[in-house]
Write a protein that binds this ligand. Structure first.
Ligand SMILES: [Zn+2]
Length: 180
């Protein structure tokens, strides 16, 4: 895409910080932008919860267009209380009905443990209130995430919840059977 902020690595930071570079890319993007006149309600009535991994281009991987979906991302694509908050708003205020959960191969959370919290506590003097949500078995973690969505009392729609593992080497999704 012509709007990409990618530059050769050796010139990437030559003219300022990475944020400066992104702001410049935005100016190019906006110069060719026309108001699509869209409603905030996602066209496909779907919310995608995914890991923040840099190798996962959700729109390209799922054939999504601007305006199609909500994307909710965090480390691991974990269904935390804050993800439930976003899904609740997505469904109750903005009309989505389906939920797709996407974890992926080679996730950074597979190399962490809950010791991460204790190491943080040792370093900074307080333990973070959140769980690391590290995991060993990505399939099982997808199942747990599906279960958290399905059992949330706040959501209007929990009948169409499906979970997948994205293979970062092939680009393919593999669906996870919720019953294991
Ligand atoms: Zn990940």
């Amino acid at each position: 895409m012509s709007t990409s902020a990618h530059l050769p690595a050796d010139t990437a930071l030559a003219g300022g910080t990475v944020t400066d570079r992104l702001v410049e890319a935005n100016q190019r993007y906006a110069s060719g932008f026309t108001d699509p006149g869209m409603d905030a309600r996602p066209v496909l009535k779907v919310a995608v919860v995914a890991c923040m991994d840099a190798r996962l281009d959700l729109h390209a991987a799922l054939g999504l267009e601007l305006g199609d979906c909500h994307t909710i991302r965090n480390a691991g694509g974990v269904v935390t209380d804050d993800v439930i908050r976003s899904l609740t708003i997505s469904q109750r205020a903005l009309g989505t009905r389906s939920v797709i959960l996407i974890h992926h191969t080679g996730c950074g959370l597979e190399s962490l443990t809950e010791d991460f919290r204790h190491e943080l506590e040792d370093e900074v003097g307080q333990r973070p209130p959140w769980a690391v949500e590290a995991f060993r078995d990505v399939d099982q973690d997808v199942r747990q995430s599906m279960q958290r969505v399905r059992t949330s009392p706040f959501l209007l729609h929990s009948d169409d919840v499906r979970g997948f593992v994205f293979d970062v080497t092939s680009g393919l999704l593999r669906e996870i059977d919720p019953t294991g």
